[in-house]
Design a protein around this ligand. Structure first.
Ligand code: PXL
Length: 311
C-alpha cells in the first residue's frame, strides 16, 4: 500500500476559519494526516494584517519535503493549493509541484487513461495530482495581488482539478458569466487548455436569485467536453471559507472513496449545505460544531443529483 501524502498549501489565520484552518481540521477529522504549509499568517480573513511567507523559507521547506520523500514509487502525493497572496509565492509552489510530478511520472508507468464512466480514476492519475483552488477573490473583489491572476493563467493548464468560483472563472477566462452558455464556453476553454476536471463551485444567475449552481466539466474518451450541473438552494450567507471546505472535502472523497466523481460531488455538496445551514446565525463557518457532518459520508437526507448539460 502506497503512503498517502497530502500537502495543503494555503493561508493561516489567527482567528476564524478559512484556508488551512479549515483544510487541516477537515482532513484530520476525516482521518488523514496532511502536511500543512502556510502561505501567510494573517489576523483573520477580514483583516489581512500579518506576514507572508518569505520566498527563501518557502523554497527551503518545499526542498526539504522533496528530499524527504525518498522513493516516489511508494508514495502517492496530492497537492491542495488555496490562498496564495503573491505571484512569486504562486510560481515557487507551482514549479515545485510540477518538478515533483515530472519525477513521479518517470517512476510510475503512465497508465492509458480512459475517460469514460465518470470514474475519477479514469480522469486523473490517482498516484499524483494537483487540486488547485485558484483563490483570488469573490463577488468582483480581488483579495490577492493583481499579478497572481496572470500566474494562475500561465500555469493552470497543468492542474488536474480546479475549483474556481464564478469571479475566479471570469478572471481565468477573461470573460463575464451571465448565462449557462458563458459557463460552458469557459469550461471548454480551460479543458482544451489541459485542465483535467473543472468544477465551478458557485454560479449565481440574475434570473434565479434563489439558487446557486455548481458545474463540472471534463473531456470524454473522444476528447469531447462533458458537463453536468447541480442546482442548490442559496442561503443568505456570504462567508468565505466555504470554498476551502469544499476543496478539502473533495480531496478526501477522491482519495478515499474514489469511483464516480458525480456521486462524490453530490456527497460533498450535501455536507457543505448542512454545515452552511448549521452556521447561518454565525459570522463564521461552524466547522467544529458540525464536525460529525464533516466526517460523514454525505449520503444522509436529500442528496442533490446532477443534471446533464447538453453541449
Ligand atoms: O476562503 C478564502 C480565503 C482564504 N484565506 C484568506 C482569505 C480568504 C477569503 O477572504 O482572506 C486569508
Amino acid at each position: 500500500m502506497n503512503e498517502e501524502n497530502i500537502v495543503s498549501i494555503q493561508s493561516q489565520v489567527f482567528d476564524g476559519f478559512c484556508g488551512n484552518n479549515v483544510a487541516s481540521f477537515v482532513l484530520r477529522r476525516r482521518g488523514h494526516v496532511p502536511k500543512i504549509l502556510n502561505t501567510v499568517q494573517y489576523y483573520s480573513k477580514f483583516r489581512h494584517i500579518g506576514v507572508e511567507i518569505r520566498n527563501e523559507e518557502l523554497k527551503a521547506i518545499l526542498n526539504e519535503y522533496t528530499k524527504s520523500i525518498g522513493n516516489l514509487d511508494n508514495n502517492n502525493i496530492y497537492f491542495l493549493t488555496g490562498y496564495i497572496r503573491t505571484k512569486e509565492c504562486a510560481e515557487i509552489v507551482i514549479n515545485n509541484i510540477l518538478e515533483l510530478k515530472k519525477k513521479k511520472n518517470i517512476c510510475v508507468n503512465e497508465k492509458a487513461i480512459k475517460k469514460d464512466n465518470y470514474l475519477i480514476e479514469n480522469l486523473i492519475d490517482l498516484n499524483f495530482f494537483w487540486l488547485c483552488d485558484p483563490v483570488m477573490g469573490d463577488n468582483g473583489k480581488l483579495y490577492v495581488d493583481n499579478n497572481v491572476v496572470n500566474a494562475y493563467k500561465s500555469f493552470i493548464s497543468f492542474a488536474d482539478i480546479i475549483t474556481p468560483n464564478q469571479y475566479e472563472l471570469e478572471l481565468l477566462c477573461n470573460t463575464k458569466i451571465s448565462d449557462e452558455n458563458d459557463v460552458i464556453n469557459s469550461l471548454k476553454y480551460l479543458l482544451y487548455k489541459g485542465v483535467k476536471i473543472v468544477i465551478v463551485t458557485s454560479i449565481n444567475y440574475a434570473f434565479d436569485k434563489d439558487n446557486l449552481y455548481l458545474y463540472i466539466g471534463f473531456l470524454n474518451d473522444e476528447n469531447k467536453p462533458v458537463c453536468f450541473k447541480y442546482k442548490f438552494l442559496r442561503f443568505d450567507f456570504n462567508i468565505c471559507g466555504t470554498g476551502d471546505l469544499f476543496s478539502s472535502l473533495l480531496l478526501s472523497f477522491i482519495i478515499r472513496q474514489k469511483g464516480n466523481i458525480l456521486l462524490i460531488i453530490s456527497q460533498v455538496l450535501n455536507i457543505l449545505h448542512k454545515v452552511v445551514k448549521g452556521s447561518l446565525n454565525s459570522v463564521e463557518l461552524l466547522i467544529i460544531e458540525n464536525q460529525d457532518i464533516i466526517a460523514s459520508n454525505g449520503l444522509n437526507g436529500t442528496v442533490i443529483k446532477e443534471e446533464c448539460v447538453f453541449i
